[in-house]
Design a protein around this ligand. Structure first.
Ligand SMILES: Nc1ncnc2c1ncn2[C@@H]1O[C@H](COP(=O)(O)OP(=O)(O)OP(=O)(O)O)[C@@H](O)[C@H]1O
Ligand SMILES: [Mg+2]
Length: 286
C-alpha cells in the first residue's frame, strides 16, 4: 500500500496506538498497516468533502421591530438540517421561541464588555459568524430592528437574504432594508437572492395584495441600480396564527409546536409547513 503523505504520527493518532506499534506493523508487513492507511485516507477524503461543502449564510432581516424575524428564523432553522441561528441583536431579551440551536452574540458581547478595560467590545460579530459557520451547513443570522453596527458588520458575509415584513407600515420600513442593503452594495456584489416573507397575513387575498405592493416597491429599487437585475426575488407569506399567542403564554417553543401532538397546534403547523416548503425550494436554488 502506497503511503503517499500519510505519516506514522497521523496513523498512530488515528488508530489510537503508539508510533512504535505503527512501525512494527509496517516493518513486519502486518495487514493492519495497509488497512489503517486505507481507512485513514478515506477519512481524509470525507473530511475534505465536508470542508469544501458550501456553507450557506442567510440574513433574516426587516428593519422594523416585532415583524417575526425570530419566529421565522426558528421555524426555518428547525426545518433545515444541520443549521443554527446566530442572533446578532445585542439588545434582545431571552426568547422562549429560541428553541432551535441559537448562538447569541449578546452573551459574547456582554462578557467581552465586562472584561474590556476600555468601553468597546473587541470581538466583531462577523468573527463569531466565521467560527459558527464551521460547525453548521446553514446559518440563519437573526438581526435587530435597526441597521446596528453588528448588522452592518455581518451583512457583507451573507450569501442571501430573507426579508420579513407585515402590515402596511412595515412594508415601507422593510423596503428601507432593501434600500440599505443596496446602498451598502451588499446585495449587488454577486447574484444574491432575496426571499420576502409577508408575515401574519389575514388571508390569501391580504397576502396577495401586500406582496404585490411590496413587489412594486422592490422593482423601483431594482430599477434605480444598473445591476438591479442581478438581484433575484422570491415572495411568500405566513398567516397570522392565534396559536402563537397561546404558545407564548404557555412558554411553548417553536420546536415544541412541531413535536407536540396537541390538536390545537395543527393549524399552526399547517401554516408553517407551507412556509417551510416554499423555503425549501428557495434554499435549493441557492
Ligand atoms: N405568524 C404569526 N402569527 C401570530 N403571531 C406571530 C406570528 N409571527 C410572529 N408572531 C408574534 O409576533 C411577535 C414578534 O415576533 P418576533 O419576536 O419573532 O419578531 P422580531 O421581528 O424578531 O422582533 P424584534 O425586532 O423585537 O426582534 C411575537 O409575539 C410573536 O409570537
Ligand atoms: Mg427578534
Amino acid at each position: 500500500m502506497k503511503k503517499t503523505n500519510v505519516t506514522n504520527t497521523n496513523l498512530a493518532e488515528y488508530c489510537g496506538v503508539s508510533e512504535g506499534t505503527i512501525r512494527y506493523w509496517e516493518q513486519n508487513k502486518v495487514n493492519l498497516y495497509d488497512d489503517a492507511i486505507k481507512d485513514y485516507m478515506a477519512s481524509l477524503n470525507t473530511t475534505t468533502k465536508c470542508d469544501t461543502k458550501k456553507k450557506h449564510i442567510l440574513m433574516v432581516c426587516g428593519l422594523k421591530g416585532g415583524v417575526g424575524k425570530s419566529t421565522i428564523s426558528n421555524i426555518l432553522s428547525y426545518s433545515v438540517p444541520n443549521s443554527a441561528i446566530f442572533n446578532i441583536d445585542i439588545t434582545a431579551k431571552e426568547s422562549h421561541a429560541n428553541s432551535a440551536t441559537t448562538i447569541d452574540f449578546s452573551e459574547i458581547y456582554k462578557e467581552d464588555m465586562e472584561n474590556s478595560k476600555d468601553d468597546g467590545c473587541d470581538i466583531k460579530a462577523s468573527e463569531v459568524l466565521n467560527i459558527v459557520k464551521e460547525d453548521y451547513d446553514t446559518v440563519f443570522v437573526d438581526t435587530p430592528s435597526d441597521a446596528s453596527e453588528e448588522f452592518l458588520d455581518v451583512a457583507p458575509y451573507c450569501d442571501d437574504f430573507i426579508v420579513v415584513f407585515y402590515d402596511g407600515r412595515a412594508i415601507e420600513a422593510s423596503l428601507g432594508t432593501v434600500d440599505v442593503l443596496f446602498n451598502l452594495d451588499v446585495i449587488n456584489k454577486k447574484k444574491h437572492r432575496v426571499f420576502f416573507i409577508y408575515n401574519r397575513a389575514e388571508s390569501q387575498k391580504d397576502a396577495e395584495e401586500a406582496l404585490s405592493e411590496f413587489k412594486n416597491g422592490v422593482e423601483k429599487i431594482q430599477k434605480k441600480s444598473e445591476r438591479g437585475k442581478d438581484f433575484e426575488c422570491h415572495y411568500t407569506y405566513l398567516e397570522n396564527s392565534k396559536v402563537v399567542r397561546t404558545m407564548e403564554k404557555q412558554k411553548i417553543s417553536v420546536v415544541d409546536l412541531f413535536t407536540s401532538k396537541g390538536i390545537m397546534y395543527k393549524s399552526f403547523r399547517n401554516r408553517a409547513n407551507r412556509l417551510i416548503n416554499e423555503a425549501d425550494s428557495f434554499l435549493e436554488l441557492c
